[in-house]
Design a protein around this ligand. Structure first.
Ligand code: AMP
Length: 444
């Protein structure tokens, strides 16, 4: 299947050629034809699948077609709402890139920076507005944004919006958009509240599922290093000495942890930067740009800060901490191996994190290669399972209280949902544990 066969107009095909896109990805093949026909879409897909282009291309083509028939001032015809500023910026860059040969104007608005530059551009008129919910609502309330001409509406990463407590704002925003419109709804997971929201705003949608077991994950070379918690930073330094690691995105479960890793790496002579919710928007963007432009080789991130961020040709993802929710692992490692390029994912796993590893292996139906030949092999395997789970719970608790203090945006609901899912994984794990007496780690 080629982009031409998808009936894309020449200026868009030309832009895609310039960007080096040879053929559409599976989600693009599935989504573009119904979207060009004006259908609504419910996409269960993660970033890394090419989903931005899947919705951006039909929107651009639609707006361009309408432009020929309507002259006059620019009005907001497409609204894309995304949970994080980084994601919003990335989406707007994609629109600009795919629409570079068209007469459409795209603006991105987000909080944490002054609103004047944004309102100035809004006054001049834009066709496509990409926004985070809080700033958008602010500017609607101040009369700078009118959504009454919106024909295309995209909600991206809806489940993350739920986790970040943005659903109320999103529902409010929807009341300002005309009911007659084309809606595209994307969520990596579909918890009940998100399913209900999707049902209430979509009209007979086409449903597309690109599951975590997608080839994107299969092409990533995955390995796990059993290591004691106290030795993780030393192991990280050891691994980063490998010159073959061009760029590494290191995931830390907490913001505090991310800062500690940066400090340790700097002491060890490595330039590293961190992105997380406690950093100012400018500091986050600067760190991200430095990393994307290869000025910094190592970026430490928390899950929320890194969600959806697209980094070209990222060679390594390192899970300094394993995530409690297995789907998060898939999201994390999906930062590498983008658009068919291979990549490597290295995970550290201390004794208390073994249940998380098992959940991950179950979800991905893959056993991850274990690397025991390293200078800091796991020795602390003395904790009995029950004590271990208590110990882990209490350490998680301290992580959570830190996170709670630091991330005022995350809601109780989001946390409860994640905890529920983590508990479900724990239950599955304990069942698995009983079954798998022969598991080589359990023996130790
Ligand atoms: P996304 O899932 O939208 O975040 O896209 C992931 C990455 O794939 C981005 O770097 C896109 O530029 C790239 N991409 C999207 N579609 C294609 C395509 N058809 N061919 C090559 N790269 C693509």
């Amino acid at each position: 299947m080629s982009f031409k066969e998808l009936n894309l107009i020449e200026p868009i095909q030309k832009a895609l050629r310039t960007d080096g896109y040879l053929e559409p990805t599976p989600i693009q093949v599935k989504a573009i034809p119904p979207l060009l026909k004006g259908k609504d879409l419910l996409g269960c897909a993660q970033t890394g699948t090419g989903k931005t282009a899947a919705f951006a291309i039909p929107i651009l083509q639609g707006i361009q077609a309408e432009k020929k028939s309507t002259k006059g001032n620019r009005q907001i015809r497409a609204l894309i709402v995304a949970p994080t500023r980084e994601l919003a910026i990335q989406i707007s860059e994609s629109f600009k890139s795919y629409g570079k040969n068209l007469e459409v104007k795209t603006l991105v608005i987000y909080g944490g920076v002054g609103q004047n530059p944004q309102t100035k551009v809004l006054r001049q008129g834009v066709d496509i507005l990409v926004a985070t919910p809080g700033r958008l609502l602010d500017l609607i309330n101040q009369g700078f944004v009118s959504l009454k001409n919106v024909k295309y509406f995209v909600l991206d990463e809806a489940d993350l919006m739920l986790d970040m407590g943005m659903l109320k704002d999103v529902k409010k925003i929807i009341t300002f958009i005309p009911k007659i419109r084309q809606t595209m709804f994307f969520s990596a997971t579909m918890p009940t509240e998100i399913g209900e929201l999707a049902n209430s705003i979509l009209n007979d949608p086409v449903r597309i599922d690109i599951t975590p077991e997608s080839p994107t994950v299969d092409i990533i070379e995955q390995s796990v290093y059993p290591v004691d918690k106290v030795n993780k930073t030393k192991l990280l330094v050891h691994i980063l000495k490998d010159k073959k690691i061009d760029s590494a995105l290191v995931f830390s479960r907490t913001k505090h942890g991310a800062n500690k890793i940066v400090a340790y790496l700097e002491k060890a002579g490595f330039a590293a930067e961190a992105i997380h919710g406690n950093k100012s928007q400018n500091a986050r963007q600067l760190a991200l740009n430095n990393f994307k432009k290869r000025k910094t080789r190592i970026l430490i991130a928390t899950d929320i800060a890194a969600r959806g961020i697209d980094i070209d040709e990222l060679s390594h993802v390192i899970n300094f901490d394993l995530p409690e929710v297995p789907e998060t692992y898939v999201h994390r490692i999906g930062r590498t191996g983008r658009a068919g390029l291979g990549g490597k994912a290295i995970s550290f796993c201390d004794f208390g994190e073994k249940p998380f590893l098992r959940s991950i292996q179950k979800l991905t139906s893959k056993s991850i290669q274990e690397v025991t030949e390293h200078p800091y092999p796991l020795v602390d395997t003395t904790i009995k399972p029950k004590e271990r789970s208590n110990k882990r719970r209490s350490s998680t608790k301290s992580f959570e209280s830190n996170e709670q203090k630091q991330n005022s945006k995350e809601t109780k609901n989001g946390k409860i949902r994640r905890e529920k899912r983590a508990n479900e994984s724990k239950k599955t794990n304990s069942k698995n544990n009983q079954k798998r007496k022969s598991d080589h780690w359990s023996k130790s």
